[in-house]
Design a protein around this ligand. Sequence first.
Ligand code: ATP
Length: 373
Amino acid sequence: MSERRFKIAVFPGDGIGQDVTEAALAVLGEAVAGVGGFALNCERLQAGAAHYKATGEDISQDAFEAARQADAILLGAIGDPAIRYPDGTEISPHLRMRDAFGLFAGVRPVKAYPNTPLYLADPRAQEIDLVILRESTEGLFYSHGRGEVIDDSEARETLRITRATCENLFDFAFDLARRRQARGGKGHVTCVDKANVFKAMAFFRKIFDERAALNDDIAVGHTYVDAQALFLVRKPWAFDVLVMENMFGDILSDIAGGIVGGMGMAPCAEIGLEHGLFQPAHGSAPDIAGQDKANPIAAILSGAMMLDWLGARHGVEPAVAAARLIEAAVTEGFASGRVQPAEFGGPHGTAEITRTLLDIVRETGQAKGRPAA
Ligand code: ATP
């Protein structure tokens, strides 16, 4: 049988996007070679602020179409506060991809890695391992560009919740919890809303309950968003998958990200029915670009999420195995003290962290009897 080859549209983008994308591609390449049985065909494409400055467009039509045709999109970081559209907003072609490709599921894993900063005093903070699942195409952000200023005394924005998107989102949440449970997760989905106040939120919860009844192998809970903000600070270790409307997800993902790690530790995926875009949650950080200071872990873990998604979606088990190999290498790197990012005051820059992870991936592959790459 011929080897499965996935086409990846790679946009390194701006600033440290360039640094961390190279790191992620190197580690992905090593894991793919170590596991075998499939291949990545990575095409580097241009988009972002520097590209806009040089050409007058933030992404070419061809590059946008290449992203549409690819099996997955891997993005570094896009934007530069110093380069803007004529209306003063920052360069953001990736946000158009979100709409054009229907990327409704914003997936933000929040995990405590050994020997990384934890901001909660309770020792159970070491056990934090949850996912914020943020609906990303409607909710209050649906109003973006549509809000109205009635007059100088009043402005209005409209929140939109649709059945079709909710059903897809909740089914995604249950699948995610099920797959996490298969590797030791809690198998639990919490619906976060404000159903006690808003009709649209009661509708959101009603659809959640309908889908929960069809996924009764997964335990469920409900919280109001204000209480959930408190719980994320008081007992984040108690949660697994938290699913919520767009604006709530925007806020709670920052709280959740803030209780573990740092900017360079947070991976992110934006997933639709046909497309998946994977990128670190951080921005282009022009202050440290090209100086070997960027922590590439978030980009590397985003790459692992991409492999996991591709493997599950296409039934290519080695791709899932390669994702697990990378995740295990990151955990081992921190646990052993071989990875100590400069981001947290450690001695290791982008290149050193990348080299170490390549070594660990190789060692793990050999320990499992695979040939050295
Ligand atoms: P955006 O609005 O594009 O998300 P931002 O201004 O909110 O960007 P970032 O560019 O993500 O923020 O980063 C803010 C600061 O955090 C950076 O200036 C940098 O010092 C630090 N930082 C961000 N990402 C990393 C990383 N991967 N490694 C080390 N430091 C980082």
